[in-house]
Design a protein around this ligand. Structure first.
Ligand SMILES: O=C(O)CCC(=O)C(=O)O
Length: 511
């Protein structure tokens, strides 16, 4: 019991009011650590209480003295521990075991196998992070970008809106879509998601990109990654660490709160892939894994639809990483959200089945979006997460869904989904599902993305030239990036280094 009391203090250290992000993370790590120790202490107390009651007073005083010495020793250990995790952000729970729950099962993992990343964090870790390394083909992409800009108009009057506040005009985009549809002979769905093959880039830009979701069926089958399986990946990368989240939903209002992040070997995650329930599941959501294994990353190919990507013009320190590995048990699901920076999201399914709800823009008022949440990237942005889980089967949710306008679609292996800027979306893995997601900043959404970057205060709009309309989209993006404060770039580089060094290198050393 006294040990429990003792271990309360470090938790308070991490939870003081004006905490920095680093401190918050350190605080959470301490909380995890504390929880484990308290658990152990509870066991100790339960087992020893009966014999305690039989102790005589001399034994009691020696025990008291012994306890006092122990407390002092323990305090020094804790102080040392706190300074360690404040330096590194995340605690390596090197001398402990921990467990996670899926469904009714509890899985115990030794310290050699897993590391707690975070607990009850709003954002999946280390989702949407960036890496220091250049994209292997970024040079080639930039050249293609220059070529494609030749057909663009000379003046870009829309750029002027960025001087004050740019707002994506969805109605205008929809009118343009309707007009463009007349050019083509396809029987477009107006209340669903078209599945297309042989789609020209022109039709993609005219009818879908930035306007309406679309599933492309004929690109992924040509990717080597389409052949990834649990068996082959486990054989080669079973020891490699991945970021995994566990979710245990107790009721609707708990959605997203009761989750914990772990770094575990891929093999351990896969051993539990068939254990889940509607209220409890695990989800491998790792932005960095593929970047660390270039031979795997190279198996995820570019498509004609993703070639133009202005994120390649971002300094490498703050460029959002572009290939999030997603491997979920049945019932696993994302939050209902709009993507960071309001980018266009891509999602390629290799195996399994992913069910989507894609909400038409303009319904934010119905979604109870978390206020003031930030994405926590090196280049900060607003996070748009709804508190609702549209896959929870309550009467309240059924009523809510009746009011919402949304498309629903099942995405099958070999299919790639494009989610336009401004569309809230939630994915639900019907069966264990392996996918990668990415992002796009292109001719149809670059102003929305830049607006997010200005709005959160990464740099002031006053850096923009008064004749901003004379810059082409690419020139505008490059210009804004050239004004990015050095401290933001440094922070981005440091943040990424910390993640890789502290969480992923241990697995490599073991190989
Ligand atoms: O597949 C998922 O879980 C959702 C992915 C997603 O929405 C995203 O990457 O933004």
């Amino acid at each position: 019991m006294c040990l429990s009391t003792l271990f309360v203090n470090p938790l308070d250290v991490g939870m003081t009011k004006n905490k920095t992000k680093k401190q918050i993370k350190a605080g959470k790590a301490v909380k995890n650590f504390t929880k484990e120790l308290v658990k152990e202490d509870d066991n100790f107390t339960v087992m020893d209480t009966p014999s305690c009651s039989k102790m005589n007073s001399s034994i009691v005083s020696s025990v008291y003295l012994f306890s006092l010495t122990f407390i002092i020793l323990a305090l020094s250990v804790i102080i040392g521990f706190v300074s360690y995790i404040q330096t590194y952000n995340f605690a390596d729970k090197s001398a402990e075991r921990f467990s996670f729950k899926t469904g009714d099962s509890e899985h115990h993992i030794s310290s050699q196998e897993g590391v707690v990343l975070q607990e009850n964090e709003d954002e999946v870790f280390p989702s949407e992070s960036v890496l220091i390394d250049e994209l292997p083909n970024s040079q080639i992409l930039s050249e293609k970008l220059e070529t494609s800009s030749k057909s663009m108009p000379k003046k870009f009057m829309e750029h002027r809106k960025l001087l004050k506040s740019y707002r994506f005009d969805y109605e205008k985009a929809m009118s343009a879509r309707e007009e463009a549809m007349k050019k083509y002979s396809f029987p477009y769905s107006v209340d669903g998601v078209d599945k297309r093959s042989n789609l020209s880039l022109e039709e993609f830009y005219d009818v879908y990109d930035g306007k309406w979701p679309v599933i492309i069926t004929d690109v992924i089958p040509t990717w080597p990654a389409a052949n990834w399986s649990a068996k082959t990946l486990k054989a080669k990368y079973g020891e490699a660490r991945v970021a995994m989240m566990t979710y245990n939903i107790l009721n609707q209002s708990d959605y997203g709160k009761d989750r914990e992040g772990y770094s575990v070997p891929l093999g351990i995650f896969l051993d539990h892939i068939n254990v889940s329930s509607h209220r409890s599941w695990t989800y491998l959501q790792d932005e960095v894994f593929l970047a660390q294994y270039p031979e795997l990353r190279a198996q995820v190919l570019e498509t004609i639809y993703t070639r133009e990507d202005f994120f390649n013009l971002f300094p490498k320190e703050i460029r959002p990483w572009d290939c999030l590995l997603l491997w979920g048990t049945s019932y696993s699901r994302s939050t209902l959200h709009i993507d960071p920076y309001n980018w266009t999201g891509t999602n390629a399914v290799f195996s399994g089945q992913k069910r989507w709800k894609l909400l038409l823009p303009g319904q934010d008022g119905l979604l109870s979006v978390h206020q003031d949440a930030t994405c926590g990237f090196p280049l900060e942005c607003q996070k748009y997460n709804s508190k609702y889980d549209t896959y929870v089967e309550t009467d309240q949710m059924k009523r809510k869904l009746k009011k919402l306008k949304y498309l629903e679609v099942d995405q099958m292996p070999g299919e790639m989904l494009f989610i336009p800027t401004g569309w809230f979306h939630q994915a639900f893995n019907v069966v264990p599902t392996l996918a990668v997601s990415g992002e796009l900043m292109n001719r149809n959404n670059y102003l929305a993305v830049l607006e997010e970057i200005f709005q959160i205060g990464n740099l002031p709009r006053s850096v923009l030239p008064h004749d901003v309309e004379n810059l082409s989209p690419q020139e505008l993006v490059k210009f804004v990036m050239s004004k990015m404060p050095q401290k933001i770039l440094d922070h981005g580089a440091e943040w990424t280094r910390n993640i890789i060094e502290n969480l992923y290198n241990p697995s490599r050393q073991n190989q």
